[in-house]
Design a protein around this ligand. Structure first.
Ligand code: ATP
Ligand code: MG
Length: 152
């Protein structure tokens, strides 16, 4: 299905903010107003919902809003979700996409440890990649790269 990633992201963010009662805690930015992509909206929604809900959950009382951004390259779209919360301990970063894995600094937060594992697999199914970068107590940045399919 062909969708406009810009409108898609804005819609998801609005929906999440209503559900979590966290108005104005997510800001979205995009250079363009349209970004057409041929993809599965239900799968992509799961990925973004997981990343944004993690960013909100692990913001740990930080005043800085979660940032979601979309940039366009000739061959791919790049979606980033960044928060300025508790971060991921350095030795845990490489494990966070494993099923049921949870870092030691999140024991006070609820969760199963499946969101990122699922997201990672879905993004690969969609032909893209998911990368996680973090500094503990500073930030976490999740980068989703989605190839732009040729639509004839
Ligand atoms: P759930 O299955 O409900 O999503 P979860 O959030 O614990 O549970 P994942 O989303 O798979 O599981 O994330 C795995 C682990 O990665 C988390 O438990 C946490 O340790 C770490 N993590 C993921 N996102 C962030 C983030 N934005 N900030 C800090 N730690 C994070
Ligand atoms: Mg999660």
């Amino acid at each position: 299905q062909r969708l406009n990633l810009v409108a898609f992201c804005q819609h998801l963010i609005q929906q999440q903010q209503v559900e979590n009662e966290t108005y104005q805690r997510v800001v979205f930015s995009s250079e363009q107003s349209t970004a057409l992509l041929w993809t599965d909206p239900i799968l992509l929604e799961q990925v973004l919902d997981n990343l944004i809900s993690n960013a909100l959950k692990y913001s740990g009382g930080s005043e800085t809003p979660v940032e979601v951004s979309l940039t366009q390259a000739p061959r791919e779209y790049v979606l980033m979700v960044k928060d300025y919360g508790i971060g991921i301990p350095a030795d845990a970063v490489e494990h966070v996409c494993k099923s049921f894995y949870r870092a030691w600094n999140v024991t006070e937060y609820p969760g199963t440890g499946l969101g990122l594992s699922l997201s990672h697999r879905i993004v690969e199914l969609l032909g893209g990649s998911l990368a996680i970068e973090s500094q503990q107590n500073q930030y976490t940045l999740c980068t989703v790269r989605l190839p732009r399919q040729e639509v004839s």
